[in-house]
Ligand binder design. Structure first.
Ligand code: GLU
Length: 487
C-alpha cells in the first residue's frame, strides 16, 4: 500500500520584537499562499523567547497586521515562551546522544578569548574546550551551583548541505561553524534550538523564510541530523531592497505594514503588491497583446502560487508601484465594500457624514476614479459627504476672489432653486444660458462653482457633481458664495 501523501504544514514564526514589517508580511503571505495552494495547514508561532525585547503589544500589532492583510491561520498562535520544557528536553536528548555538551566557560573568559583572537587576526570562534568534560562531571558541577550553557558539537570536518527550493544546492564547511549555544544557563533556548524543536514537534513540511536566515540553516540542518529527523523543504526568500538597492529599512520610509494602512492603502492592493515582491506567476501572467498582468485576486494568487516562481534576485520595493496598485484597487472596489474602509478614515479624522447611505454610495462611485488613497475621502472629498469641509485656499483665491463672479454664482444658485427637472443636462444648459445673459465666460462660472460646491479646484464633471450633491445643497452653496470673505 502506498503511504498517504503528506499534507503540507507551513508556519509563520515572527519574533515580537517589532511590528509586522514589510519583509515579515511578505514571508507570511508566501507561506499562507503556499499552504492554501496545497490545501495544507498554516500555523502561527510567536517566537518570544527574547524576553527583554519581546512584548505583548508587538504580538497584538503582528496579529493586527495579518488580519488587515486577510491572512488567517489554522493553528496557533503558539508561544515559544510557553514551550520551554520541549526545548530543555530536546537539549537533554542531544547531550544523551553525544551531540551536545555542557560548557562552563564564563562570559568574561569568552570575551577575553574573543579579543585576543581579534588581535591575532583569527576568526573568533568557540574552541570547544569543554567538549572533554564528561556528562557525569558536568552534572556534578551543576549540582554544586556552577552555571553552564549547552553547546552543540559541530563536526570538525566535512560539509553540511541542503537543497533550497529557491537557491538550489547549498553547502557550508563545518569548520566555518562554531559549537553554537543551544540552551543558555537560565534554561532559555537560543533561536536554533527552539526553531528546530518546534518545527519538528509541529511537523512542518516546509520552512519558508527570509534569505537572511540562509546562514543559520546549516546549524539547523545539523540539529535535524543529530535528532535523527528528516529535513523539511527550505525555501529562502530573496531580500527586499529600497529603491537605492540597499536593504529596505526605515531610511526608505515606512517599514511597518500598519503604517501603510495609515497612509490610506487598501489591504488588497498591499497584498497584491507584496505577492509580486519576489514572486512571479510566470507564463500565467502573459497576455497575448500587451504587458504582463499584475492585478490578481486572492483566489488567483492562491491558485497560481508555487515555490518555483520565487525569484533568486532581490526584490525592490517601489512606492510608485504600490501607489498604482492602490488607485487600481480603489477604482475597482464595489462602493459598498469601500464604504467601511472610508468610515474608518472618517472615524480617525473625527468626521461624521451627514448624507443618506444611498447618496454616500453614489458620491463614492463618482469619486473612485480620482482617488489615490483612502485618505482622499477624509480630506479633499469631504464636501461630497456633508457640509463640514474645508475650502482649499489657493482654489478660492484663484477662482472666487472676483466679487462679481461671487455675486453671479449666488444669483445662479437662486436660478437653480427654481429649476424643475434637476439633471446633468438641465443644470449645464441653465449655467450656459445664464453666462450668455450676463456676458461672462461659462468657464469662469464653472471654475467658480466647482470651488464653491466642492472646496477644490479639481473635481469630476461639474454637472455630475451637482447631481451628486443634490439640488438643495447646490443652491445653498452657490448662494453662500456671495458672502464668502476672501483674504
Ligand atoms: N523568528 C524568526 C524571525 O522572526 C523566524 C525564524 C524562522 O522562520 O525560522 O526572523
Amino acid at each position: 500500500m502506498n503511504a498517504p501523501a503528506r499534507t503540507t504544514r507551513v508556519r509563520f514564526a515572527p519574533s515580537p520584537t517589532g511590528f509586522l514589517h514589510v519583509g515579515g508580511a511578505r514571508t507570511a503571505l508566501f507561506s499562507w499562499l503556499f499552504a492554501r495552494h496545497t490545501g495544507g495547514t498554516f500555523v502561527l508561532r510567536i517566537e518570544d523567547t527574547d524576553f527583554e525585547r519581546s512584548s505583548s503589544d508587538m504580538v497584538t500589532g503582528i496579529l493586527e497586521g495579518l488580519h488587515w492583510l486577510g491572512m488567517d491561520w489554522d493553528e496557533g498562535p503558539f508561544y515559544q515562551s510557553k514551550r520551554l520544557e520541549l526545548y530543555a528536553h530536546t537539549a537533554a536528548r542531544l547531550i544523551e546522544n553525544g551531540h551536545a555538551y555542557h560548557c562552563f566557560c564564563s562570559r568574561e573568559e569568552l570575551e577575553t578569548r574573543r579579543i585576543s583572537a581579534a588581535e591575532t587576526g583569527t576568526v573568533p570562534r568557540y574552541d570547544g574546550r569543554c567538549r572533554g568534560i564528561s556528562n557525569a562531571e558536568a552534572t556534578r558541577r551543576i549540582a554544586q551551583g556552577e552555571r553552564a550553557v549547552v553547546r552543540f558539537m559541530v563536526p570538525r570536518e566535512g560539509v553540511t548541505g541542503f537543497q533550497d527550493a529557491v537557491f538550489g544546492s547549498m553547502e557550508f564547511f563545518n569548520t566555518e561553524l562554531e559549537d553554537f549555544v543551544l540552551l543558555r544557563s537560565d534554561g532559555i533556548p537560543t533561536y536554533h534550538l527552539s526553531v528546530v524543536a518546534d518545527d519538528l514537534d509541529m511537523r512542518m513540511t516546509h520552512v519558508i523564510r527570509g534569505a537572511d536566515h540562509l546562514s543559520n540553516t546549516p546549524k539547523q540542518v545539523l540539529l535535524y541530523q543529530a535528532l535523527g529527523a528528516s529535513l523539511p523543504v527550505f525555501a529562502h526568500l530573496p531580500l527586499i531592497l529600497g529603491p537605492d538597492k540597499t536593504r529596505l529599512s526605515k531610511r526608505h520610509g515606512a517599514t511597518s505594514v500598519m503604517a501603510y494602512k495609515d497612509m490610506g492603502i487598501v489591504p488588497e492592493a498591499f497584498r497584491n503588491f507584496l505577492a509580486l515582491l519576489g514572486w512571479s506567476p510566470g507564463e500565467a501572467a502573459k497576455q497575448p497583446d500587451g504587458p504582463d498582468r499584475e492585478i490578481f485576486s486572492t483566489d488567483e494568487l492562491i491558485r497560481m502560487f508555487s515555490l518555483d516562481g520565487i525569484a533568486h534576485s532581490n526584490a525592490v520595493f517601489n512606492n510608485e508601484k504600490l501607489a498604482w496598485y492602490n488607485t487600481e484597487y480603489i477604482r475597482a472596489y464595489d462602493p459598498s465594500l469601500l464604504l467601511p474602509l472610508i468610515e474608518e478614515e472618517w472615524r480617525a479624522a473625527n468626521y461624521q457624514a451627514s448624507r443618506s447611505q444611498e447618496e454616500i454610495l453614489a458620491a463614492i462611485r463618482l469619486l473612485q476614479p480620482r482617488a489615490r488613497s483612502l485618505k482622499d475621502f477624509a480630506s479633499t472629498f469631504l464636501a461630497y459627504f456633508g457640509d463640514q469641509f474645508a475650502m482649499d485656499e489657493a482654489a478660492v483665491k484663484k477662482f472666487l476672489s472676483d466679487t462679481a463672479v461671487r455675486q453671479m454664482l449666488s444669483e445662479l444658485g437662486q436660478r437653480y432653486a427654481t429649476l424643475e427637472n434637476f439633471t446633468e443636462a438641465s443644470t449645464e444648459e441653465l449655467l450656459r444660458t445664464f453666462a450668455a445673459e450676463k456676458g461672462i465666460k461659462a468657464g469662469a462660472l464653472i471654475n467658480g462653482a466647482r470651488v464653491a460646491l466642492t472646496g477644490q479646484a479639481v473635481a469630476p464633471s461639474l454637472f455630475a457633481v451637482m447631481l451628486c450633491l443634490s439640488q438643495p445643497t447646490v443652491v445653498r452653496r452657490l448662494e453662500a458664495a456671495a458672502s464668502l470673505t476672501i483674504e
